[in-house]
Design a binder for this molecule. Structure first.
Ligand SMILES: C[S@@+](CC[C@H](N)C(=O)[O-])C[C@H]1O[C@@H](n2cnc3c(N)ncnc32)[C@H](O)[C@@H]1O
Length: 275
């Protein structure tokens, strides 16, 4: 088994976890179906991206392009948006989804740690739920600062310590023990870039940092989707016995019948930063 931290192992992320959007989609589906928020996450983030006609925008770690897919009709004219991701598979999906849209985008694979763009090339840089994957965060943030214009904005979304805190507790101990290398999920307190430490990590690069918190929680009424979410985070090479999966699904299904649903806390937000 790879001994590197999978969360910041760029090779693993690119070739396995994010080779395409299937794992991400299993997680997003749970949020789409069971979120209690008034405004869905991606449109909420989109509203915090300061966009004006003619602006140049870079997204790092764009995934399948969800941020833009949902709000493409709201984009100002001749806004030049470049979508990048470490994973060529993600870039290809974003491109396929947005190719026919009314707005023109540029696409290219790119690692935030080594951006092939000129100094001060962008008015806005977006990093939506991706900074916690960057092995050398200082290098990544220095790159973002370098490519931003002097009055440019950096929009960085992440999770906080309370995010999905109930999920590991929903796994009974005896099941956890039967799965040798179980990584149910990383404890959010270990996220390298999170709501609690983001300001401190951004301030060496940006004089002004403001946090916008997102108000949300989940009320889950489908055990299969919760199982799909949980297993989307387990490294593919880990051999989880089918009996353990079934035991968890049955336990969660019984809880949903008894209580009407399963409550799961969320804790996410966006840092807005400028030089
Ligand atoms: C949790 S997903 C978020 C995707 C998208 N921003 C969203 O919110 O739907 C993290 C994304 O960051 C990408 N990523 C991970 N490390 C990266 C790096 N060093 N540079 C650029 N992208 C990276 C992954 O390939 C993945 O698509």
């Amino acid at each position: 088994m790879n001994s590197k931290d999978p969360f910041r192992d760029s090779d693993y992320l690119q070739k396995n976890q994010y080779k395409d959007s299937s794992n991400l989609d299993a997680r997003a589906e749970l949020h789409r179906r069971f979120s209690t928020a008034k405004v869905r996450w991606q449109p909420w983030v989109f509203d915090l991206v300061p966009l004006e006609p003619g602006m140049r925008v870079l997204e790092c770690g764009c995934g399948p392009g969800w941020l833009w897919r949902e709000s493409v009709t709201r984009l100002p004219a001749d806004c030049h948006i470049t979508l990048t991701d470490l994973s060529p598979g993600m870039v290809a999906e974003a491109e396929a989804a947005l190719a026919e849209s009314a707005h023109q985008f540029a696409f290219q694979p790119a690692n935030i740690q080594a951006l092939e763009f000129a100094d001060e090339a962008f008015d806005v840089v977006v990093a939506n739920h991706m900074l916690y994957h960057v092995p050398d965060l200082a290098q990544g943030l220095a790159e973002v600062r370098r490519v931003l214009k002097p009055n440019g904005r950096f929009i960085a979304a992440t999770n906080g310590d309370e995010h999905m805190k109930e999920l590991p507790l929903l796994i009974p101990d005896e099941v956890r023990q039967r799965v040798a290398s179980w990584r149910m999920r990383r404890n959010a307190k270990q996220l390298p870039f999170r709501l609690e430490n983001g300001r401190q990590l951004l301030e060496p690069y940006f004089a002004h940092v403001k946090l916008h918190e997102y108000d949300d929680s989940l009320w889950v009424t489908d055990a299969d989707l919760l199982v799909a979410y949980a297993f989307s985070m387990i490294r593919p090479e880990m051999d989880v016995p089918e009996t353990a999966v079934t035991q968890i699904r049955d336990l969660w299904a019984a809880k949903i019948v008894a209580d009407g649903g399963i409550h799961i806390s969320k804790h996410s937000g966006v840092f807005e930063a400028y030089k």
